[in-house]
Design a protein around this ligand. Sequence first.
Ligand SMILES: [Zn+2]
Length: 534
Amino acid sequence: LCFEVRYTDLAARIGILETPHGNIETPSFIPVVHPVKQSVSTQFLKSLGFKAVITNAYIALQYLGNKAKTKGIHDVIDYDGVIMTDSGGYQVLEYGSIEVEPREIAQFEIDIGSDICVPLDKPTGFGLSYAKSEDFVNRTLENAKATLEIVAENKKARNIGTNKNKENCVGGAIWAGPIQGSEHFDLLEHSVQTLDKMGFELMAIGSPVELMESYNFSLLCQMIAKVKRLIPAKPIHLFGAGHPLTIPLAVALGCDTFDSASYMLYARDNRYMYGTGTARLEDLSYFSCPCPICSIYTVKELLDMDQNKRTIEIAKHNLYVLKAEVLAVKQAIKDGRLWEYVMLKARAHPKLMEAVELFSGFEFLEKSTPIFKDKAIFLYSPIDQFRPEVKRFRKIISSFRSKKKILLLHPDTGLHPFYSTKEFTNIVKKFNNAQICAYNPFLGVIPAEVSDIYPAAHNLIAQSSNIFFGHQAKDYPSFIESLNGFIAKNNFEEIIVLANNFMRDVFAFDPVLNKMINIKILDHESDISFRLRT
Ligand SMILES: [Zn+2]
């Protein structure tokens, strides 16, 4: 499998995924297309820049059978881009079971020339008992194994090596390992590890639709994180993710492609998507969207329209919104501002805010976040102390050792790096034998000599002197840990602190710092006669 990663930020990546019908740039939204009853044309999807679509092999088999084999799926749906086929797993979720064998559907997917294929899975959905989920996971794994045997037999019969003959999809199709297990994390892990060992090149996280429908973003995040930690390099597909709020979250945690029929399903229900949610058409007075649909019609005109026509027009608008969302996420990755973007989105819904709080414990986000960025990072609120660049900086400082006997702590300056500021020059004149450090709530202690390290010299902090809205010690455990660690690991005989409101709060709040006796706290630089803290 050729998957070339070009840019990364958090666990997101802009990459190129090679398939028999061309390359897809990820992250990529893959619209669901009905193999026979598609009302928004595939040509329209193509014109919008969707380079891949997903259709259902099971439905194609039921409706078209051999005709689909002869024509090939690209002809059937009139689309010459990348076609992914789902096996029918979703039908299993809807109707319990379907009348097809895993080998039969695998052979069918090969015969119709699908570019990205999924073995017949048995989705665990959400809320299933452990025993039942375990059974479904195991049956999916058995199906996956049977599918790979069929793939191998086909390759042998046609004597085609992997990925060599792109004209023939038998050799080139990518098979996606269907991950099941949902909220039962040990089953999820077993599923991922077994599929990974079987050799699936792309992995697809199954059945989180209910989680997204119920806005259970936290559990969704935990599921994706669990998978991503186990297979950091392989491309990951997420089934059923087509909500403008889910996309940035899923991408940030490492999903490369995701599909959904939401544009159409929502449209049938008069649900209109926008960047931070959805609304019912009848509840709207204005269209703020600049897409061609919203530019032509007023809300009333759309509401008065014949239902079928209206559904198509709303579906098209929804596609414009999804397209814009993916592009905005991509731009954020390239700008190194995905963290800011996700946090901005999180403001759209309390459930999303709950979910992004989990990011504070996701250590894996650090691995793929660039060490240097062109732009300064923006720091607003306590969650930002856990962004990867900031965590990484504190880690570097935790191994900093000073030979000086006096530690002098000064509030971080608006200008960076700290060593180039007038404040620093003044202090150095008075305390030339001291270890001089700046500090801020996010980065912790910043020794002057390394105050040009990224992002110590590349950040902008929202300051507030308001006692209620300013940064408070209790919200910044990482700062207290950083300061205590810095003091504990060095042998300072005396500590002089130029304290701002935040630092005063820190000394009052933390019992360890509170009891230190060799500390002088100064109100202001000009306060030459030190007030001893007793
Ligand atoms: Zn629109």
